[in-house]
Design a protein around this ligand. Structure first.
Ligand code: ADP
Ligand code: MG
Length: 682
């Protein structure tokens, strides 16, 4: 017997070359193989007669070979083998290309089961390269439900089927982790049957049941993991903060906090003085003032002798936070530093030395903060901004850099409760449901190309009033995506032809960190009138003097993303506008964009987005790395997700510390999952 953790090269026929192909699919061990699940099935159980074969619809049929296979050599590299077969209803001619050997095995007068699709019309039915098996051979490729696996070039489905079967014959399936009681309650298959049925179901219903079990299991493990993390953290004792005096901080603000900000800060103070680690999510629409809530937390941590790390998803955002927070904290005597990948080695070394030596109180950075090279003298608070871009593992990776670390998470993405539980199941939530006073809704318009002159005139008018404008394009380069406006080209056009008298700048993700910073800083200082950009400005960027955003080819963006983009304007006192352009006349697309024009409420927009596109798209591809689900699909398996979450919470509550084999196996699986979703640290 082999082990689940053995490399697949222990199987006959899997050498280093094949192993590399499997590795491309993330398959290294026997367990990976057994957990490589079909993406679909082909029901080949039903046999039809030849006269019932439908054009282009593959099916199984029994037929007798009526002529010996005849191969003709057409030209170099092309052999054609022809065979006649028949059943009691009709004859059919089979054609094989370059399969002389395979087709040659068909014996005259013998009966076989074939699987293939006919092409042509009633004058000349033909079938190309069907699969076949002798009637008395065991059913492998016909007369069964064929699993169809995710594949990669050079690896055929047949090889995958064979290799997975081989793995299952030499080692046990992964152990049962779902208690019998729970399986009964939710009507799900046991592990043994599920693993057999997912790879070799006897009916399509059985395949569906197996899939449901595995989806349930994945969600269950993940949710149980979050519940466990939460329980562990809650059980942990940390010294409560004693200094809760925020008055110097509050006195230094140019405004008074909103009620919602005060409530969130109150939650944070309670967390920090409670004696167990804080795990709090602050959720608030764009512009609701999350940064100040984070700043209050940082201020308290520092006043209690602890360092704070603030992690942002992009360098631009990190730089902005650094600029505004160092301005705010400098006069209060807090020492702030920046740590991002594009800094020089020397700069990074200096910041790191300051962190290790305790000369820096607050560091703001990107993933660079996670690097092994970054050590803290006394890290006490970790804040992640725009959290939906970071995974659970990254949160904990950063908090492990200190003892007794409190965690504060900021997110502008309003997500439905189920999904919030999935992503933030280990966190408590404060909602900022109030915008700072004087904020006016951003008036949003959807226009076609015919309005171009008026758009340009409108840009001019804003600039003439001393304001600034963003122009956002879906791509950087012309050829990136066909037929959409590219920032580089459009910036050129605007600068040269349309607004030769205005100061036009361009910003996109392919620029070097220092260039980006310089351009952004220029725009923030009011030294540019029009900033042409890609979605790099999507998160957090804060230039209150910008009052107009034009989004080109707006149909290329998701609604929630558009809302985030739009949140870059309307951040000051002046009335702000957002103009969406599109060539798209699709009623659904237009309806979607009109929904955005009709409301400024991020939660309503998110709901609309979900309804229209499903959560998969809602999160976008960025999310794919968040939780490495193999079978489960957050978009389509919401109901199962809910059940699994409920079951997991209950189970952890009652049996989390049990020492039954199932509980042990579950804890082991949780450990593996969280390791697998860990980020690659740079
Ligand atoms: P977000 O929640 O999108 O991160 P920010 O924290 O960037 O929002 O705040 C948006 C803008 O509102 C910033 O310019 C910030 O200085 C300002 N702001 C925050 N809180 C208040 C407040 N209570 N009163 C007035 N302006 C505020
Ligand atoms: Mg923000």
């Amino acid at each position: 017997m082999a082990n689940l953790t053995d490399p697949i090269t222990c199987l006959p026929g899997i050498g280093p070359t094949r192993a590399k192909l499997f590795a491309q699919l993330g398959i290294h061990t026997l367990r990976d193989l057994i957990c490589h699940f079909p993406r679909d099935y082909e029901d080949r159980t039903k046999l039809v007669t030849i006269d019932r074969l439908e054009t282009d619809k593959p099916a199984c049929f029994r037929a007798t070979v009526m002529s010996a296979p005849r191969t003709s050599h057409v030209r170099k590299g092309l052999d054609i083998t022809k065979v006649q077969v028949a059943d009691h209803t009709a004859r059919l001619s089979l054609t094989f290309f370059n399969q002389k050997f395979t087709a040659g095995q068909l014996q005259y007068g013998r009966e076989y089961v074939f699987y293939g699709a006919v092409s042509g019309d009633f004058i000349g039915y033909n079938m190309t390269s069907p699969v076949f098996e002798a009637l008395d051979a065991p059913p492998v490729a016909t007369r069964r439900i064929m699993p169809i696996y995710p594949l990669t070039a050079g690896l055929s489905n047949a090889v995958m089927v064979r290799t997975i079967a081989a793995a299952r014959s030499v080692c046990p399936d992964p152990p049962e982790i779902l208690p019998a009681e729970l399986r009964r309650t939710y009507g799900i298959l046991d592990a043994e049957r599920a693993y057999r049925a997912i790879h070799a179901p006897s009916t399509m219903e059985e395949a569906a049941m197996a899939k449901r079990r595995l989806i349930f299991e994945e969600f269950f493990v993940f949710s149980a993991g979050l519940a466990l993390v939460r329980a562990l953290r809650e059980g942990k004792k940390v010294p409560p903060y004693e200094n809760t005096d925020l008055s110097p901080f509050l006195a230094s603000l140019p405004f008074s906090l909103t009620g919602a900000q005060k409530r969130a800060i109150g939650d944070i103070i309670r967390d920090l003085t409670r004696g167990s680690p804080m795990n709090r999510l602050v959720q608030g629409d764009v512009g609701s003032g999350k940064t100040m809530v984070a700043a209050a937390g940082a201020y308290l941590a520092v006043k209690n002798g602890r360092q704070t790390a603030l992690m942002a998803p992009t360098e631009i955002l990190a730089e902005q936070h650094y600029a505004s927070l160092s301005r705010l904290f400098g006069p209060l005597g807090l020492r702030t530093a920046l740590l991002i990948g594009s800094m020089t080695a020397k700069q990074k070394r200096e910041t790191r030395a300051g962190l290790a030596g305790g000369e820096i109180d607050l560091v703001i950075g990107t993933h660079a903060l996670l690097s092994d090279a970054t050590a803290f003298q006394n890290l006490g608070l970790v804040i992640t901004d725009e959290q939906h871009r970071f995974g659970v593992a990254q949160r904990s990776a950063l908090s492990e850099k200190g003892r007794d670390v409190h965690l504060l998470v900021m997110s502008a993405t309003p997500i439905p409760r189920t999904l919030a539980l999935l992503m933030y199941g280990d966190l408590e939530v404060s909602v900022l449901d109030e915008l700072p006073p004087g904020r006016q809704a951003v008036d949003t318009f959807l226009v076609g190309e015919s309005m171009r002159k008026r758009i340009n005139a409108f840009i001019r008018k804003q600039v003439a009033q001393g304001h600034q404008c963003y122009v956002v394009c879906p791509a950087v380069e012309e050829n990136q995506e066909l037929g959409v406006k590219a920032a580089s080209v459009w910036a050129e056009t605007l600068a040269q032809t349309v607004f030769p008298d205005l100061r036009v700048e361009m910003l996109h993700g392919q620029l070097k960190g220092a260039e980006k910073e310089a351009i952004m800083a220029k725009f923030a200082r009011g030294e540019a009138d029009v900033l042409v950009a890609t979605t790099v400005i999507e998160v957090g960027v804060d230039v209150p003097n910008a009052t107009l955003m034009v989004i080109e080819d707006a149909d290329r963006f998701g609604l929630s993303q558009l809302h985030q983009l739009r949140g870059r304007v309307g951040r000051g006192e002046a009335k702000s506008y957002c103009i969406l352009t599109t060539h798209n006349r699709n009623p659904e697309t237009v309806g979607r964009l009109k929904a955005l024009c009709a409301t400024n409420d991020g939660f309503r927009i998110a709901e609309e987005d979900l309804k229209l596109r499903g959560p998969g798209d809602f999160f976008g591809s960025r999310q794919s790395g968040l939780v490495g689900f193999r079978v489960a699909n957050v978009a389509t398996d919401l109901e199962t997700l809910q059940q699994a979450q409920q079951a997991a919470a209950q189970w952890i509550d009652r049996h989390g510390q049990d020492s039954t084999p199932e509980a042990e196996a579950l804890r082991e699986r949780i450990g593996e999952l969280f390791e697998r979703t860990a980020p690659t640290l740079n």
